[in-house]
Design a protein around this ligand. Structure first.
Ligand code: FE2
Length: 320
């Protein structure tokens, strides 16, 4: 920032001279901005979008030939929102990615301030995420949490490739800037023989399915389970069950949501754009977009949402 004698301002003869003086000292006239700073309703910058697991899986198979986990911290494919200029987030606050770990391969242990979770799409027994010194089994449909600063790595001790979908609040952490990342000291993956079948960080799909069985419908043909009690500070995880043939609309909300298909097939209409989805697909409902669903077969959807952040700051608004 430049410096001038304050008396220079009293000499300004017109607005243009004032602007030149302001520019010289690095101060902007709030009344003369190309874009207003505040606006009456959310702009909906991020776009509704859909990614197919068939494509993600084929691309990961190809990456498996060229990219080792020695080379890459993670062999993953980032599902970046197609909004111009964006190269990372799936939504404003959430990024999702397809990841693959090959048989008898590991992905190194590390910890970071972004909160993370993963939904397993394909994995055989003896595929593990190692969280804080314990092996947590990964089976299809399972959701695993690795909260802020917990050590985590992956060990595929099976004979099949393991595929999953990662979700992180990293775009939010990038925005606010409390980013830290650290590699596990001494070994590639934290060494342990302890297998924790009942880890609070694991939501086994068989349990999720039976918990949903016991719940009432929240609207005709839809059940909604909030995964817990273990949770992440910034992201809530819901599993929706939608009956075959059911057609429903959800509230428009300021919260951002990224969905992944655990099981089933159907269609979503997000702000008038239609997306057909099936198992392993991902789609995004950015904040303040309308969204409606129709299931062709009984479907289970994981909804990852920044609602806890919106609630905490009193920014959560919903409209039917
Ligand atoms: Fe990580």
């Amino acid at each position: 920032m430049g410096s001038i004698n304050p008396a220079e301002f009293s000499k300004a003869q017109d607005m243009q001279q004032l602007y030149r003086l302001l520019e010289a000292v690095g101060i902007g006239p709030g009344w003369n901005k190309p874009e207003p700073s505040l606006w009456p309703a959310p702009k909906k910058n991020f776009q509704p979008a859909h990614w197919s697991y068939g494509i993600g899986r084929a691309a990961l198979e190809s990456a498996g030939k060229f990219v080792s986990t020695e080379l890459a911290e993670r062999r993953n494919l980032i599902l970046s929102n197609p909004v111009p200029g964006n190269t990372y987030g799936t939504a404003r606050t959430i990024v999702s990615a397809y990841q693959m770990v090959m048989p008898h391969e590991a992905a190194r242990s590390h910890r970071h301030t972004p909160n993370a979770l993963r939904l397993v799409v394909e994995a055989a027994p003896k595929t593990y995420t190692v969280v804080d010194g314990k092996k947590i089994p990964m089976l299809p449909g399972d959701v695993l949490l690795t909260p802020n600063w917990s050590w985590h790595g992956h060990n595929n001790e099976s004979d099949q490739c393991a595929y999953w979908i990662d979700f992180l609040d990293a775009p939010l952490v990038q925005l606010l800037e409390p980013m830290f990342l650290e590699g596990f000291p001494g070994s590639f993956v934290e060494k342990t023989d302890v297998v924790d079948q009942n880890s609070p960080f694991r939501f086994a799909f068989e349990d999720t399915r039976s918990r949903l069985e016991a719940l009432p419908d929240t609207q005709p043909g839809k059940r909604d389970l909030l995964l817990g009690p273990q949770s992440l500070d910034t992201l809530d995880l819901h599993v929706w069950r939608i009956e075959a043939g059911a057609s429903l609309a959800d509230k428009r909300s300021t919260a951002n949501s990224v969905f992944a298909v655990i099981e089933g097939e159907g269609t979503s209409v997000i702000n008038e754009q239609e997306f057909h989805w099936s198992r392993g697909d991902v789609f995004v409902v950015p904040g303040w977009n309308t969204h409606a669903y129709k299931a062709d077969s009984r479907s289970y959807l994981l909804r990852v949402t920044d609602e806890p952040v919106m609630k905490r700051f009193n920014w959560l608004r919903q409209e039917a």
